[in-house]
Design a protein around this ligand. Structure first.
Ligand code: AMP
Ligand code: MG
Length: 349
């Protein structure tokens, strides 16, 4: 297949119920070197046989992904992990035991079997074992690891339901498996063990606190809440790139004191053509023509946020103001994604 070229894309509807035969058909596409768009518990993925160099190159073409940004490899069991990486150390094993399957990616030393198009030339590879039943079965039936980044054109918000992304991939992939809205809504937590400490390279649903509960030391990479200054080499190439940002200028305003935050947002919005993205419970406090509710809890916000970010350009406003949120727990992942959507245009008072 030539990515970018138009091909007949099969649409597989598994929104109501799972059909194993349909998943088997899609696993054949994987084995035939084609691309499959499939659900995971975090976001939708665009997958190819991780052992097929050419197929993986086509993922980069379909997404317009930078060549130096490696792909995460999805596995369905421990045997597959052994096939593709060198023996993990004790701490790495502990993390795998605690968080796999789940929304968790661990960077390990890659074996030569993993092609260069997956690792982007690094000697490591990110491994993830999804808990989503369809993703699990797709890998199990194909019986090969599946390399899959998030299903979105690079730079755009990740796809959390098919309606948001079908136009980006129709004609570029062999099949699209639609399972409705995903569970979590933000991508997996990415970690790497460095000097007996766990470094979080990308925050997600498995939180710093969850990892600390194992009795291990955890550090958060400085690029997670800070803007990459372009000087040092980053631990995770994805940190370097513009991501999640709509074309409309966005800003995030936060205070631990909710009333103060609301006042500051009102003051900033005053006299301007703005869109406000706020928690459901604050909706009535703004007297604004354009307003979107994002949920109340961190889980609800995670579930909704990428779909909301994809809608903002339709409003034709000069500025989008997003209510900020706490930075612990799942809030770290949300702050990381939203700061990037706002290109670090952030006020905390
Ligand atoms: P995506 O699959 O599009 O959600 O992005 C995967 C993220 O994991 C990107 O930020 C990558 O840079 C990062 N990643 C994948 N493989 C590695 C690796 N071997 N070392 C460090 N970061 C990685
Ligand atoms: Mg991505």
């Amino acid at each position: 297949m030539k990515a970018g070229a138009s091909l007949e894309t099969k649409y597989i509807n598994l929104k109501e119920k799972i059909d194993n035969e349909k998943i088997k058909e899609a696993s054949q596409d994987i084995l035939n070197g084609k691309l499959v768009l499939f659900p995971t518990e975090t976001v939708y993925g665009i997958g190819a046989n991780a052992l097929d160099e050419k197929a993986c190159e086509n993922i980069f073409k379909a997404k317009g992904r930078a060549q130096d940004n490696p792909l995460i490899v999805h596995v369905s069991n421990l045997e597959m992990i052994k096939q593709i990486v060198e023996e993990p150390n004790e701490l790495e094993k502990k993390l795998i035991k605690a968080f796999c399957p789940g929304p968790f990616t661990i960077i390990l030393k890659a074996k030569d079997i993993i092609p260069r198009s997956v690792t982007a030339g690094l000697d490591t590879v990110g491994i993830r074992m999804p808990s989503n039943e369809i993703a699990h079965k797709l890998i199990e039936y194909a019986n090969v690891p599946i390399a899959a980044p998030s299903a979105n054109i690079s730079g755009r918000p990740s796809g959390t339901n098919i309606d948001d992304i079908i136009n980006e991939f129709n004609g570029k992939v062999a099949s699209i498996i639609d399972a409705g809205a995903v569970d979590i809504g933000v991508e997996s937590t990415v970690v790497r063990v460095i000097n007996e400490k766990v470094r979080i390279l990308r925050p997600g649903k498995i939180t710093k606190e969850d990892i600390e509960n194992l009795g291990v030391e955890v550090e958060v990479d400085k690029n997670i809440l800070g803007k990459y200054d372009g000087k040092e080499k980053v631990m995770s190439p994805g940190m370097k790139y513009r991501h999640y940002a709509p074309n409309t200028k966005c800003m995030m305003i936060y205070s631990k004191d909710e009333e103060k935050m609301i006042d500051k947002i009102k003051e900033t919005a005053n006299g301007k053509n703005v869109l406000i993205i706020c928690k459901d419970k604050n909706y009535d406090k703004y007297n604004c023509k354009n307003i979107i509710k994002m949920g109340n809890t961190l889980e609800e916000i995670a579930h909704n946020i990428f779909s909301i970010l994809r809608k903002v350009d339709k409003y034709n406003v000069d500025l989008v103001i997003i209510e900020g949120m706490q930075k612990d727990g799942l809030g770290l992942a949300l702050n990381n994604r939203l700061l990037r959507a706002c290109e670090y245009n952030y006020i905390e008072i």
